[in-house]
Write a protein that binds this ligand. Structure first.
Ligand SMILES: [Fe+2]
Length: 242
């Protein structure tokens, strides 16, 4: 399986605290059947000011350490980018790492605030489209505005966004509403990716296999294979070395 959303780089956001925790997360992922992992640290202006250049360096270090620790997992880096008007300058300067590309369109893992859908989100997403960038919205099922007004899902879809669910939401770890929205989106074919959003071994572990079983029961093996393997594989092909 491919896990395209994880906070496994040590000490740069609210994910893995140090190298030991990063390696523990990688081992856990490998044991769960994950073969490819994309580190997606937060780029959240004013809170986590990570830059593409530093992240490329950090992933090289982690790759070396994983190899030394005997971990057989392919690693790549992108970012989870918090929606902010100031991102426009970073886009224009080519400073934002994309999560991948499909048919010559770049994809950005674009995070909404957890509490709400900010005003002007639609204008910003339209502006991204004009720059040949499509948004993948991570964990829409956990956003409180979306939970209260599922209409936002349709609106975001109309704007050209794709969606990535959190694996543990499907298992019910984020409450009944997040689970119900996840199931509804899966049944309506609105989900393109499922990922762990791993932050730590205990709090949010890098596990996908149980969620994949649940998705298989819900919408069938072929569709589950698309969400956990084929879709993320196609999207992130250019990020991995081989
Ligand atoms: Fe995340």
């Amino acid at each position: 399986m491919f896990d395209i959303h994880s906070h496994i780089l040590p000490g740069i956001d609210d994910g893995a605290k140090d190298l030991n925790e990063s390696l523990a997360l990688l081992k856990m992922a490998q044991n769960d059947g994950i073969t490819h992992m994309v580190a997606t640290p937060h780029i959240h202006i004013g809170r986590f000011n990570n830059s593409a250049k530093a992240l490329n360096n950090d992933i090289d270090v982690l790759k070396r350490e994983a190899l030394n620790a005997g971990i057989d997992l392919k690693l790549a880096v992108a970012a989870e980018v918090r929606l902010d008007i100031e991102l426009m300058a970073m886009v224009m300067a080519g400073q934002l790492p994309f999560i991948g590309a499909l048919d010559s369109v770049n994809y950005l893992l674009l995070e909404l605030p957890h509490s709400h859908v900010p005003q002007g989100y639609d204008k910003f997403i339209n502006w991204l489209s004009k720059q040949n960038i499509k948004a993948i919205i991570p964990h829409p099922e956990r956003n409180r505005d979306i939970q209260a007004n599922p209409f936002y899902i349709e609106r975001l879809k109309q704007l050209g966004c794709d969606f990535q669910l959190t694996a543990s939401s499907i298992e019910g770890a984020w409450g009944d509403t997040a689970k119900a929205i996840s199931i509804d989106m899966l049944q309506k074919g609105l989900v393109s990716y499922v990922a762990s959003d791993a932050h730590s071994v205990k709090r949010r572990p890098p596990l996908l296999s149980n969620a994949k079983r649940l998705v298989t029961d819900l919408i069938g093996e072929l569709e589950a294979q698309h969400l956990f393997v084929n879709n993320p594989q196609r999207l992130t092909e250019s990020l991995f070395d081989e």
